[in-house]
Design a binder for this molecule. Structure first.
Ligand SMILES: C[S@@+](CC[C@H](N)C(=O)[O-])C[C@H]1O[C@@H](n2cnc3c(N)ncnc32)[C@H](O)[C@@H]1O
Length: 241
């Protein structure tokens, strides 16, 4: 797998929200994603131990199955792309992948991590917020938004992402969220664990998506089965809000 060789760190920008009108994600997290050290750290996060490598492999398998369920084809958008971890998996379904992230440091890491893949015509890069993408309506067949909205506590912030993803995706949206209905979520709540994520019940996610004409295709799939917080949902994006 191409992903995994090199440095890693994160960084994000406060400018990521449309016109600054929407409440933003945790600024400390944004700053981390936007720093070159943070982006380099993120790039290697999933290689640090055998547990992480195993869980990364399972996660990519679930993303792969979600894309198959979506029938993704043609051009796909990966936003946020982070350090390009999902790109090789997306290319199994697509002719072309647009990797977008609000953090220039992450985009640089992705370009470097993807090596020869990044040099061909199949992969292109954009530095832009998920809520304001410089793409035409219906520019991609499927948009995948993986590991972003669980950082967004404000419904308005998630709405801005749903709206933009529904606009640029001609057919499908694949989106991950922190699923509040899982055994692990309930157990953490009982124990008063500070989860530092914004969890949603699947019904709430579906209701927020429906406002933007997005219809769920089946039930969300959990990333790591029983011991999991994050799940992936597939939406039909052909409807109009
Ligand atoms: C947890 S990482 C996930 C990256 C990738 N999807 C993965 O699974 O490896 C979160 C990413 O979201 C990016 N990000 C944060 N806020 C964003 C926004 N409003 N628009 C686009 N990207 C954003 C960060 O820069 C970071 O790369």
């Amino acid at each position: 797998m191409v992903w995994g060789i090199g440095r890693a760190s994160y960084r994000i920008g406060t400018a990521g929200l449309a016109g600054g009108t929407v409440p933003a994600m945790d600024p400390k997290l944004i700053a981390r994603y936007e720093s070159s050290s943070g982006a380099a750290a993120y790039r290697h996060k999933y290689e640090r131990s055998w547990v992480r490598r195993l869980s990364n492999r399972r996660e990519l398998g679930i993303v792969d199955r979600a894309l198959a369920r979506a029938g993704a084809r043609g051009t796909l958008l990966d936003c946020p792309c982070g350090a390009g971890r999902l790109t090789p998996t997306l290319l199994r379904h697509a002719d072309r992948v647009i990797c977008a992230d609000i953090s220039q440091a992450m985009v640089d890491e992705a370009r470097d991590a993807l090596g020869p893949l990044a040099e061909g015509d199949a992969v292109s890069f954009l530095t832009a917020p998920a809520s304001e993408l410089p793409l035409e309506d219906g520019a991609v067949d499927t948009a995948i938004c993986h590991r972003l909205i669980h950082h967004m506590a404000a419904p308005e912030e998630r709405a801005a992402v749903f709206r933009e993803m529904a606009r640029v995706a001609a057919r499908r949206l694949v989106i991950s969220f922190s699923d509040d209905s899982t055994w692990k979520a309930k157990s953490q709540k009982r124990r008063g664990v500070d989860r530092r994520r914004s969890a949603l019940m699947p019904e709430q996610l579906f209701a927020e998506a429906a406002v933007h004409g997005l219809t769920p295709l089946g039930e969300p799939q959990r990333l790591n089965g029983f011991h999991s917080l994050v799940a992936i949902a597939v939406f039909d994006a052909t409807g109009t809000p």
